[in-house]
Design a binder for this molecule. Structure first.
Ligand SMILES: N[C@@H](CCC(=O)N[C@@H](CS)C(=O)NCC(=O)O)C(=O)O
Length: 206
């Protein structure tokens, strides 16, 4: 297998997932800031969306979308699953992952692309600068909504680390760096974030 990595929260989701799952895959670094992901051969023979990350399998086929990549790696790797051991656990992980993706990650990252990230993203995708403030507010609403729901829980879906925690961490940590931190009044999110930050898998050098 070959992992197409770059800067950004999406590839980081897979990197943290691989570290937690004990999976090591040879990597190719794509120059995202230089637009390598938006040019041939990457956007022709690797990922037609022109985005990172991507996972090339041994038969030459390519998987993209971080949740699909993580689910695949989870299924083909020995050891405890980070999706779930039962149908109910797997459904709960997918439920939280989807909620987090739609309510926090997507609005947060688009809020960034349409504001601070505008010079980088304007030449490569449709941008809506007028929507940036609203998208950032939606991401804040999502984090405020999540905070009471994780009260008393070690992890988002309950007692075990899952893909939902990893996705949330990669984006919350990204938000911290681009002017979209969670409200310090979100005490449950704060404790959860500190616990996640202490895991070796989330070290910036991991
Ligand atoms: N839905 C995609 C999102 C991928 C994505 O947005 N990747 C970012 C990196 S964090 C990217 O490629 N940005 C550069 C660009 O769009 O040109 C996934 O789950 O993998």
């Amino acid at each position: 297998m070959k992992f197409y990595n770059s800067v950004g929260p999406n590839p980081r989701v897979v990197k943290i997932f691989m570290a937690e799952r004990g999976v090591a895959i040879p990597e190719v670094t794509i120059d995202l800031r230089g637009g390598e992901n938006r040019r041939a051969p990457y956007n022709v023979s690797v990922n037609p969306t022109g985005q990172t990350p991507a996972l090339e399998l041994d038969d030459g086929s390519v998987l993209t979308e971080v949740t699909a990549i993580c689910e695949y790696l989870d299924e083909v790797s020995p050891g405890p699953s980070l999706i779930g051991a039962t149908p109910q656990e797997r459904a709960e992980t997918r439920m939280w992952t989807r909620r987090i993706d739609l309510r926090i990650c997507e609005p947060m990252v688009n809020g960034f692309r349409f504001a601070e990230g505008l010079p980088l993203f304007e030449p490569r995708m449709r941008v809506l600068p007028e929507a940036a403030a609203g998208l950032k507010a939606i991401a804040q609403d999502g984090m405020n909504w999540l905070d009471p729901l994780i009260a008393g829980r070690e992890f988002v879906a309950g007692g075990k680390l899952t893909l939902a925690d990893i996705l949330l961490f990669a984006f919350i940590d990204f938000g911290m760096g681009v002017g979209q931190p969670f409200d310090p009044a979100c005490s449950n999110l704060k404790s959860w974030y500190e616990r996640m930050k202490a895991r070796p898998s989330t070290s910036p050098t991991a």
